[in-house]
Design a protein around this ligand. Structure first.
Ligand code: UTP
Length: 319
């Protein structure tokens, strides 16, 4: 995968004088869409080529200048943390062998960010998971990166979201344009044009409403909420006032809708880059193929094989 491109300097601070420097990765869900693989292995540790999904996510946070990451884990998921530890025995064996490349790859996860963890006692929803971060982040703004999706590092999203939050002091989301028949899988937004002073940060819109998983005929737009948020610390108080919503879970969307109704500005950036959704088998397979095809080391041979495979398969199917 290509390395992060240089992002323009973004240095303003929010009306509260604070700027997001910490990230929270909620990763305590049950991952039912990927069973049985996720019965004993967290979906965040499924490999995409040779790195677990979670490493791509922490790399995305680190590339946005975030050096402090709180991982919300749950029952049977603590092995995720080990990936970010040093492995002295393995490292010394690789050192003895003079395998500098693998040694660097093994050390890299531990060098990306300071990783803190916290356990969600029961998976009672994304809002509930995020509420565990309160004592770690306090009243400062912070980023939330869902543990099963990430964007291509050459098309970064988070730096502009952090800057947008610093300028507005409100809630910042990211949207993806989806096909009408897909609205029922996502939170969908109604939007209005953003203030002129914000549009230098990309395709920025003002959010006027959020609906959870609407049928195509009821969807107010085709802008779907992607798994990246930059939130003000006031979200914790809103989550406390949010009762169980869809599926009986405490939903982050409901807490954000409450703040929106009470006057907190909510903006979003429409993301046009490449986003990988590894939370279910099809999206996971697409991520593996796309990333493998882009890699300098594996890509040329893999693409050749893939083209032959597709051609042979098409022949066999008579298409
Ligand atoms: P998902 O909606 O993808 O749920 O959660 P899930 O349990 O991970 O997967 P499915 O839908 O059953 O297949 C979005 C994110 O929120 C986290 C998940 O780990 C995922 O990163 N989450 C969700 C929690 O941390 N705790 C929860 O109680 C719910």
């Amino acid at each position: 995968m290509s390395e992060a491109s240089a992002t323009p300097p973004m240095t303003s601070t929010s009306p509260s004088g604070q700027r997001a420097v910490k990230a929270v990765i909620p990763a305590a869900g049950l991952a039912t869409r990927f069973l049985p693989a996720t019965k004993a292995v967290p979906k965040e540790l499924l490999p995409v080529v040779d790195r677990p999904v979670l490493q791509y996510i922490v790399e995305e946070a680190a590339a946005a200048g975030i050096g402090d990451v709180l991982l919300i884990t749950g029952r049977g998921k603590t092995s995720m943390v080990d990936h970010f530890d040093r492995q002295p025995y393995l490292e010394s064996r690789l050192e003895e062998k003079g395998d500098a490349e693998r040694l660097a790859a093994v050390r890299r996860p531990s060098e990306l960010a300071e990783i803190y963890t916290c356990r969600q006692a029961e998976p009672l929803g994304l809002g509930h998971a995020v509420s565990y971060a309160e004592s770690h982040v306090g009243d400062a703004p912070f980023a939330v990166l869902l543990g099963d999706e990430f964007v291509d590092l050459s098309e970064p999203l988070l730096p502009a979201m952090i800057e947008l939050q610093a300028r507005t002091g409100g809630i910042v989301l990211a949207f993806l344009e989806v096909a009408p028949e897909e609205t029922k899988r996502y939170g969908i937004a109604s939007v209005a044009p953003a203030e002129d002073a914000l549009t230098d940060l990309g395709e920025v819109v003002k959010v006027t409403g959020l609906v959870e998983k609407p049928a195509p005929e009821e969807a107010p737009s085709n802008l779907a909420v992607l798994g990246r948020y930059v939130l003000p610390g006031r979200i914790f108080e809103a989550i406390k006032r949010t009762g169980p919503g869809s599926g009986g879970e405490i939903q982050l969307t409901d807490a954000m809708a409450l703040m929106l109704a009470e006057g907190t500005p909510v903006h979003a950036i429409v993301y046009r880059g490449t986003r990988y959704d590894t939370g279910m088998p099809l999206g996971y397979l697409q991520a593996v193929v796309q990333i493998a095809a882009k890699r300098d080391d594996l890509g040329p041979e893999f693409r050749r094989w893939l083209a032959e495979f597709v051609a042979a398969d098409a022949g066999a199917q008579g298409t």
